[in-house]
Design a protein around this ligand. Structure first.
Ligand code: F42
Length: 327
């Protein structure tokens, strides 16, 4: 989604709060100039498609989609039907974000991430053909579809791939219309963008799916960012930590405390270096600088992800008025 040289802003919502409140945040985001709403998908939260249907009914302009669903807990034909339904309800505003899936929540369902890239390629092919209205027979390694056809067509839904790893990034460029890169720091995009660009067409959307925390008070913004940063740091592979000069020994206390459920100890072990690497946080002016840096590097959409700020509605208004309006 690239708007004639303009900057595109998205926002991420996690449906772990009552949907009436979440939908009010979405309306506020739309009224504050956001272009896209991404809703996360984990089995333990509210259903992503039910959430999107409600958002679609209460908004008029903003694009919307799962950010991201996966190929393990739902068959691609059902994903095609679900996103096509959201597209119909929203009058053509749906986008599909799809990725490997989250190891820990899939693990709770007895599902293991095996050959995520090969599996995703098959799934995306099936989804695209079904959305196009084709009658599909597909004999893949992971999915078999026999003589399947949707009773309605929605061929224009863009598909975004959630990606961080090198192979997934290249694959996103080759098979997607966009990529959602779960990162906040320019160093991660310096690594990721060339990989995506190797195979991506010109109008491909490169989205920074960033942990974002903005407030007039920098300390409050930082405090709000800390829990998300703790989880991101604990889940980061060694090569990502290395990129930010963070040693596995620094992250060990965060990881160990999270594993035993001691959130206070985990959050107090988060260092400034981790917060800087794994979030965009601080005053509006500081966030503007970071966002500009990402757009200058070739990012085409910045998604303000959790926590957004210490007080979500206030931070949505700050982003709308001072960041989107100030860039
Ligand atoms: N996960 C969720 O479950 N829910 C969400 O709401 C969600 C949101 C989200 C938003 C943006 C985003 O970027 C990611 C998000 N995720 C979410 C996480 C997402 O589901 C993935 O877990 C995450 O993006 C990690 O993906 P990754 O790109 O790091 O890929 C991993 C799985 C990986 O191992 N990649 C390797 C790589 O190099 O890219 C794959 C290596 C490879 O080529 N494997 C071969 C293959 O076929 O997969 C097999 C090789 C062999 O022979 O075994």
């Amino acid at each position: 989604m690239i708007r004639n040289g303009d900057f595109v802003f998205g926002i991420e919502f996690v449906p772990d709060i009552p949907l009436d409140a979440l939908v009010e945040y979405c309306i506020l985001a739309e009224n504050n100039g956001f272009d896209a709403i991404w809703v996360t998908d984990h089995y333990n939260n509210r259903s992503v498609y039910a959430t999107l249907a409600l958002i679609a009914k209460r908004t008029t302009q903003v694009k919307l989609g799962p950010g991201v669903t996966n190929t393990y807990q739902i068959h691609p034909a059902l994903t095609a039907s679900a996103i096509a339904t959201i597209d119909e309800i929203s009058n053509g505003r749906a986008m599909l974000g799809i990725g490997a899936g989250d190891r820990s929540t899939l693990g709770s369902l007895g599902l293991q991430i095996n050959k995520p890239v090969a599996r995703l390629k098959e799934a995306v092919e099936i989804i695209r053909r079904l959305l196009n209205g084709d009658r599909v027979t597909f004999n893949g390694k992971f999915f078999v579809v026999k003589d399947a056809k949707l009773t309605f067509q929605r061929p224009d839904i863009p598909i975004y791939i959630g990606a961080q790893g090198p192979v997934m990034l290249k694959t996103a460029g080759a098979i997607g219309n966009g990529v959602l890169i779960n990162a906040s720091h320019p160093a991660d995009f310096k690594y990721a963008i060339p990989k995506v660009r190797e195979s991506a067409p010109k109008n491909f959307d490169i989205a920074a799916y960033a942990s974002f925390s903005v407030d007039k008070d920098a300390e409050e913004a930082k405090k709000a960012a800390t829990p998300a940063v703790a989880f991101i740091a604990a889940g980061s592979p060694p090569q990502v930590l290395e990129r930010h000069d963070i040693s596995p020994a620094d992250v060990a206390p965060v990881k160990n405390a999270l594993a035993r459920g001691d959130f206070r100890a985990a959050f107090s072990s988060v260092t400034d270096q981790m917060t800087d690497a794994f979030s965009i946080y601080g005053t509006p002016d500081h966030c503007i600088q970071r966002v500009k840096e990402l757009f200058d590097m070739g990012v085409t959409q910045v998604v303000a992800g959790s926590p957004i700020g210490p007080d979500v509605p206030t931070s949505i208004k700050i982003i709308g008025e001072e960041i989107i309006g100030g860039i």
